[in-house]
Design a protein around this ligand. Structure first.
Ligand SMILES: Cc1cc2nc3c(=O)[nH]c(=O)nc-3n(C[C@H](O)[C@H](O)[C@H](O)COP(=O)(O)OP(=O)(O)OC[C@H]3O[C@@H](n4cnc5c(N)ncnc54)[C@H](O)[C@@H]3O)c2cc1C
Length: 479
């Protein structure tokens, strides 16, 4: 029997577990972190692609200016410099015939106050007509002013139809922004989560819409660098250490059984594993079991990434958003990683809410056929792609990438403090008010750390105060 009872044991080395560990060690609290896989980072990690011999991310992960806790966490652990802040985005949309594409540069006006600073960029979007832009502006204003009852809310698709948004505006604007932000279809996205994207991401503060893109593989960010940071501050990190069961007696955590049979004494455990794993790690009965079992109703949404290596550059753009296409985002990884091309140009295409691309959803179509569809789209946008030779490709679909932000989902998400003494929960799926994002994961870790500190008799508020809303946003949208 090993004694870990002085330390808080964190099970799961994804961003939630890492943020919790960082907050505790910063306050001098001993931490033992157990991770079943051979690396940290959880869903935000990388692996070695054998054929290209490159460390590639399971999928491109981006953050936004409004992700304050995640961005502060990156600063704390010393990885903030490994992100490029995109102060302009490139929306590539079709013309009326759908046969030609135009690149629309989207950037804030330095002369206008928030939130009007984004107005010229919206007004310039070439793939929406004047009337469609007017319709969109009206829809955005109504959405921002809507007060949502989370216990009885519609899907975003229903709300858009009820508020007179045409199919073109839905396909070319709402779908483009919301599906990639929330990784779910409009038919399943709840009104409250959709509203949050626009209010927090575009309307509340000046730089909240900017996108932060890692310039190194995720493994180096969340694996090596954070691991070293934590170890340097006294944390014990055990990789390849799967937990089999949390032991609970008389409503209090007493220990942990590892998959290899080892017993650990522990009286404080933060369970920071994906929601699908939680109940398997707990006994059949424990205080609050019925309430926690509601997480079984959380549904998952998939994300697909298509990795392409060409023998030449197909576009010098660092990233781009595709409008009304199968492909949603393009990341020029060779350029973003500031690498010399070594004869290969590496691009990654991200397709969120890729229900139609899962093995069950693609109705017999092979991965190669889907990769060809993606390349055909790239060729229509950048005709030079025809001349480029595809050296290698890879398609990955994460079936349980995120939980599905359907109406009512927040009622299924538990708080970080449980009814079991010494048992805390963390993970993007716990109650944070955020969708499944790195921001949500970090927030959950901080909230779990708050609960631990509280029980150790050192209460402290770890979350930043809510961001101030710009004056004009308050006036225009009653935020
Ligand atoms: C393809 C894809 C693309 C995404 N893109 C973005 C994006 O662009 N921006 C964004 O903000 N978010 C994105 N996300 C979401 C983001 O990755 C997650 O919200 C976040 O990483 C979740 O962190 P977590 O710590 O809550 O969970 P996880 O990352 O799932 O971590 C849980 C950890 O627990 C470990 N574990 C499980 N069982 C055990 C056990 N029995 N014992 C020990 N350890 C165990 C797992 O191995 C894992 O490391 C994306 C996710 C995916 C999959």
């Amino acid at each position: 029997m090993e004694d870990s009872s002085a330390a808080t044991v964190i099970v799961g080395g994804g961003l939630a577990g890492l943020a919790c560990a960082a907050a505790l060690v910063e306050r001098g609290k001993p931490v033992t972190l157990l991770e079943s896989r051979p690396r940290l980072g959880g869903r935000a990690s990388s692996f070695e692609d054998q054929q290209s011999q490159t460390l590639i991310d399971n999928c491109q992960h981006v953050s936004m200016g409004c992700c304050h806790e995640f961005n502060r966490f990156c600063q704390t652990v010393g990885i903030a410099d490994s992100f490029e802040r995109a102060e302009q985005l490139f929306f590539i949309g079709p013309d009326r015939t759908g046969s030609r594409f135009k690149i629309n540069r989207f950037a804030a006006s330095p002369l206008l106050p928030t939130p009007l600073h984004l107005f010229p960029a919206f007004a310039r979007l070439s793939y929406l007509s004047f009337c469609e832009k007017r319709e969109l502006a009206h829809g955005l204003k109504q959405l921002a002013r809507t007060r949502v009852n989370p216990e009885d809310e519609p899907t975003m698709a229903d709300w858009l139809k009820a508020h007179g948004q045409s199919q073109t505006v839905i396909d070319r604007f709402w779908n483009v922004v919301l599906v990639s932000a929330l990784s779910e279809d409009l038919e399943r996205i709840s009104l409250s989560h959709a509203r949050k994207v626009f209010v927090d991401g575009f309307l509340r503060a000046r730089n909240s819409w900017q996108v932060l893109i890692p310039t190194t593989p995720l493994e180096q960010l969340y694996g090596t660098t954070i691991s070293n940071w934590l170890i340097h501050r006294g944390a014990e990190i055990r990789l390849k250490t799967g937990v089999k069961q949390i032991q609970i007696s008389d409503g209090q955590v007493t220990g942990i059984e590892l998959r290899d049979g080892t017993q650990l004494d522990a009286d404080r455990v933060v369970l920071a594993v994906p929601h699908q794993r939680v109940l398997d790690l707990l006994p059949a009965e424990f205080p609050g079991c019925a309430e926690l079992s509601r997480i079984e109703q959380l549904e998952a949404a998939p994300i697909t990434s298509v990795h392409l290596w060409f023998d030449r550059e197909i576009t010098p753009l660092p990233h781009a958003v595709f409008v009304d296409c199968l492909s949603q985002w393009m990341f020029n990884r060779t350029q973003l990683m500031q690498q010399e091309p070594d004869g290969r140009w590496y691009y990654q295409i991200v397709i969120s809410a890729s229900h139609q691309l899962t093995a069950a959803g693609r109705q017999g179509r092979s991965q190669d056929e889907i990769i060809q569809d993606v390349i055909s789209e790239l060729t229509r946008i950048w005709p030079a792609t025809t001349e480029a030779q595809l050296l290698h490709s890879r398609m990955l679909t994460e079936h349980h990438a995120v939980f599905s932000v359907q109406p009512g989902v927040d009622q299924l998400r538990p708080a970080q403090r449980t009814q079991v003494g010494g048992l805390y929960l963390a993970g993007d799926w716990t109650s944070t008010g955020w969708p499944a994002t790195m921001e949500g994961a970090v927030r959950s870790g901080l909230l779990a750390a708050e609960a631990v500190l509280d029980d150790l008799g050192q209460p402290e508020s770890l979350l930043l105060p809510p961001e101030k809303t710009a004056f004009l946003s308050k006036m225009l949208f009653r935020l």
